[in-house]
Design a protein around this ligand. Structure first.
Ligand code: T4K
Length: 372
């Protein structure tokens, strides 16, 4: 047996900068002892990310989830928020933890994102916002969602956790909606170990976001509002500063892996892949496969076969958030048959910059039951 085949392969593996480079970046912290609270590295990374993501304003946070919560709080959302259930728990938790009622809009079969045709019938006098998710880095129907939001005077908070660097027709994804949340968790295309942030399209929101992020205390001791602590520390920011110049190379390597998988899976009966998106600059963040009946094996059978070989794909996102134990009996509105079906059939294959073509071939052959 090839020695490499004895090593487990996980769904992802974080990209790391050269060790010496990270050491160089953090060395100054032993002199300054300025470890957190809007340090020099934090501020430098915030600027750099605004540039990379093509927005005027970026608010860096300690993780993606607290970025979402910070936005929900600073936008003063109330009542009902229309959202997608085909996502990680975080998207729905951020609403519920702030006393909001999620209303679940089903997703499209082809893109897995919120179906814009289904939004308007869900709007009531209690609706204050839409929280769509660019799941797997696939852009939502951004123009239509912005139009619907304008027509009904709703705010739009995008969960762009998966959409780092994505563009639509050359336009940065974060320029749509009011605010977009990005995750810089270790498992993401670009990471700061844990981390996240908010791309903000109205400078008016900025002050309030920065206030919520730091206990509601602008300076000194007095608090103007009941804020949280969502500040990113200098070690995380240092990792981000080292990783950012490597992000494009990492995305290019992921593209290589995706194209290797595509060569095996395109036009296989019963296998559905991400849609063709010629107008989209992709980031290759996930490689989901939907296993339809015509494939002859279920998603769970494929998953078990891979796990038997120490290959660990993930069922992102099963269950969908409206079927999680903490939400399924709450009676939240919204029929979501497509999301339910996708969640029973989806499997995300291992995908990261260091995955070799040989590994991708082996994974594909195991799924397709081919010896060569
Ligand atoms: N919105 C959406 C749509 C999201 O997907 C997420 C997070 C959020 C919001 C919230 O953003 P953050 O607050 O997380 O920034 C992972 C990630 O923890 C989570 O960030 C991500 N989405 C979610 C989809 O996936 P788990 O529980 O699946 O992670 P875990 O620890 O099982 O890691 C998966 C595999 O990655 C492991 O089997 C091995 C590998 N791994 C993981 C870590 C953490 C490594 O090799 N090294 C590592 O350090 O949630």
């Amino acid at each position: 047996m090839d020695k490499d085949q004895t090593k487990p392969i996980y769904v992802t593996r974080p990209s790391m900068p050269p060790y010496e480079e990270f050491c160089r970046e953090i060395a100054s912290l032993w002199d300054t002892r300025f470890l957190t609270n809007f340090g020099e590295k934090h501020n430098r990374l915030e600027q750099a990310l605004a540039g990379y993501l093509g927005v005027e304003n970026f608010v860096l946070t300690v993780n993606g989830h607290l970025a979402l919560e910070t936005a929900v709080e600073a936008m003063e959302l109330a009542g009902e928020v229309i959202t997608s259930p085909f996502t990680f728990a975080s998207s729905t938790h951020a609403l519920v933890r702030h006393g909001l009622t999620p209303v679940f809009c089903d997703v499209r079969k082809d893109t897995f994102t919120m179906d814009a045709d289904l939004i308007e019938p869900l709007i009531t006098e209690k609706t204050t916002a839409i929280l769509p998710v660019h799941v797997y880095g696939v852009p939502c129907e951004v123009t239509r969602i912005d139009e619907i939001a304008n027509k009904h005077h709703l705010k739009v908070l995008y969960d762009a956790a998966h959409a780092f660097g994505v563009r639509v027709g050359g336009v940065p994804i974060a320029t749509y909606g009011d605010i977009s949340m990005f995750s810089f968790h270790a498992t993401k295309v670009f990471h700061t170990i844990e981390g996240g942030g908010l791309a903000v399209n109205h400078a008016a929101c900025l002050q309030r976001l920065n206030l919520v992020k730091r206990f509601g205390i602008p300076a000194g001791e007095d608090a103007l509002l009941a804020g949280t602590n969502a500040k990113m520390n200098e070690f995380q920011a240092a990792m981000g500063l080292c990783n950012l110049p490597l992000a494009d190379q990492s995305i290019a390597e992921r593209k290589r892996v995706c194209e290797r998988y595509d060569a095996h899976f395109t036009n296989v009966s019963g296998i559905q892949l991400l849609p063709d998106m010629p107008e989209v600059t992709r980031n290759y963040s996930y490689y989901p496969i939907i296993f339809h009946d015509a494939f002859g094996k279920t998603r769970d059978e494929v998953c078990a076969a891979l796990e038997a070989e120490q290959i660990y794909p993930r069922k992102y996102f099963c269950p969908p958030t409206n079927r999680l134990t903490c939400y399924r009996d709450k009676g939240y509105r919204g029929e979501t048959p497509i999301s339910d079906e996708l969640s029973e059939r989806v499997l995300c294959l291992p995908l990261y910059a260091e995955l070799t073509n040989g590994d991708a071939d082996r994974i594909a052959r195991l799924i397709l039951n081919k010896s060569k």
